[in-house]
Design a protein around this ligand. Structure first.
Ligand SMILES: Cc1cc2nc3c(=O)[nH]c(=O)nc-3n(C[C@H](O)[C@H](O)[C@H](O)COP(=O)(O)OP(=O)(O)OC[C@H]3O[C@@H](n4cnc5c(N)ncnc54)[C@H](O)[C@@H]3O)c2cc1C
Length: 457
């Protein structure tokens, strides 16, 4: 069965569905970690916050399907930044993490985060990354021996990082947000945004009037589709969890071509070994079962049993691996966004909360410019946008030629693709996913698929 390890506990937070028109100072769409943490920080300051979540529970979007590493080590990214940028990025993440930990979330534990490689080229790359760590002042470990029995050339550790159970962690902040007066509504999907009227409408026809709107929907939803359709790509990857007897001291990510992620966790008093990797652009692969099978067979290298849990998830990628957090446009100070977490949205959600909180209060956050959604679009970003635009056009045409019978995505009309292993309809254009009945699992789509029954013309 495809299920995330973190859903094993079945912990949930009760909240009503919105069943009347309402007004608020801050409306937050999305009850993943980014939305919840932002709600907590703003409610704590006394803002009147309303958060709406489409699903039946909080943190059941991408957050529930992550690996749960809470770290500022986001792959070998610091080599590509100037020392000032790297310092800003590292400190924004580290300080946000430390401030979140002051609230004592119970699932947190410390671990050194390691990047490792088994190639000479990878070693060279990590040694350069280590030089960047030194310039920035990041506490590091450089080694060619790790606790895992796998061949490695080199590993670069970032000390004092951590790991969490992502659902428990998000629920902890949801409880705090509620304590400070935030109103949370579940089973409430926003279908339209009317920025000119400062209002949004739910799937049940109720209106929320706001002073400020914060979009924490992972991929930006339908109503603002034109802004982001070529600035973001969606990448999907695979994870497994199998019972083990010993916990690891570190958490690991290989930087080699076939990247793998590794950590251990205790869930329901049982230690688990999490092992993941393999990725592809979302919605582009029909036979995803082989992705799971590769991971299952590699677990034998660790002499571990068949995994009890296997799942896949996707995240939103940007051109320079830095998320978009902040005001959507320079002219409008009522619309804010947090997206493009590049598979590192656990710590980046905390950064997002802090940046959004400061912007709403007109306070300058030290890293606001680095993360700004309106930052300049030269060079790499232009290339990325052209590449993404080309990919979407190609997939759009290909869908109508080769899968003309497949249901049309309700976002922008691309033909979806049936994903046999996950039993979902996946859209290759912007990553919307639907269950076998056509109900939205994740956006940007906000309306269900029309699935023709056999015999329909
Ligand atoms: C395989 C994998 C492993 C990962 N591992 C890590 C890791 O170890 N560490 C790390 O830092 N990051 C990791 N990430 C990234 C991280 O999981 C995500 O970036 C992060 O969880 C995103 O949080 P979010 O709140 O933005 O999105 P989500 O958790 O997806 O929350 C968005 C919410 O918005 C809701 N929503 C959407 N549309 C609407 C609407 N119209 N109306 C109302 N609600 C709506 C959704 O239902 C959803 O609950 C990983 C990602 C992947 C894919």
């Amino acid at each position: 069965m495809k299920q995330s390890l973190w859903l094993k506990n079945n912990e949930s937070i009760s909240a009503p569905t919105l069943k009347q028109h309402t007004t608020c100072e801050i409306c937050i769409i999305g009850g993943g970690l980014s939305g919840i943490y932002t709600a907590y920080l703003l409610a704590k300051l006394g803002f009147q916050v309303v958060l709406v979540e489409a699903l039946r529970d909080l943190a059941h979007g991408t957050t529930a399907y992550s690996t749960g590493k809470l770290t500022a080590q986001h792959g070998p990214i610091y080599t590509g930044m100037s020392t000032d940028q790297g310092k800003m990025y590292y400190e924004a993440n580290e300080k946000a993490i430390e401030r979140a930990l002051e609230t004592n979330p119970k699932s947190f534990s410390r671990a050194t985060s390691f990047l490792y490689t088994n190639t000479a080229k990878g070693k060279e790359q990590l040694q350069k990354e280590a030089e960047s760590y030194k310039k920035i002042g990041i506490p590091l470990v450089a080694t060619n021996e790790i606790e895992l029995e796998i061949p490695i050339e080199f590993a670069l550790g970032m000390k004092n990082e951590g790991q969490i159970d992502p659902i428990e962690f998000t629920h902890h902040f949801a409880q705090l947000a509620k304590k400070y007066g935030a109103q949370i509504f579940l089973n409430t999907r926003i279908t339209t945004i009317q920025p000119a009227k400062n209002s949004v409408t739910t799937n049940q026809g109720y209106t929320i009037h706001y002073k400020k709107l914060v979009l924490c929907t992972h991929y930006p939803i339908e109503s603002i589709r034109n802004l982001y359709s070529v600035k973001l790509q969606i990448d999907r990857s695979y994870l497994t969890a199998t019972k083990c007897s010993q916990l690891l001291e570190g958490q690991y990510l290989s930087i080699d071509e076939q990247s793998r992620t590794i950590r251990t966790a205790i869930v329901d008093q049982q230690p688990y070994f999490l092992y993941g990797g393999r990725s592809h652009l979302a919605g582009t692969v029909e036979h995803t079962q082989s992705y799971y099978e590769t991971l299952h067979s590699e677990l034998h290298n660790f002499e571990l049993p068949e995994p009890e849990f296997s799942w896949s998830a996707q995240d939103v990628m940007t051109s320079n691996q830095i998320p978009y957090i902040g005001q959507l446009s320079k002219k409008d100070d009522s619309l804010y966004i947090a997206t493009g977490f590049n598979k590192w949205g656990i710590s980046s959600s905390l950064v997002a909360g802090e940046i959004l909180r400061d912007l709403i209060q007109k306070i300058t956050h030290p890293a606001a410019m680095l993360y700004s959604p309106t930052r300049s679009s030269f060079g790499r970003q232009i290339y990325f946008m052209l590449q993404t635009g080309g990919f979407i056009s190609k997939e759009f045409i290909k869908g109508y030629v080769s899968r003309s019978e497949a249901p049309r995505c309700t976002h922008l009309g691309c033909k979806t693709r049936w994903n046999e292993a996950d039993q979902t309809w996946d859209c290759p254009c912007h990553g919307s996913r639907y269950n076998e009945k056509g109900l939205v699992i994740e956006g940007p789509a906000v309306y269900p698929l029309e699935i023709k029954k056999s015999g329909d013309s």
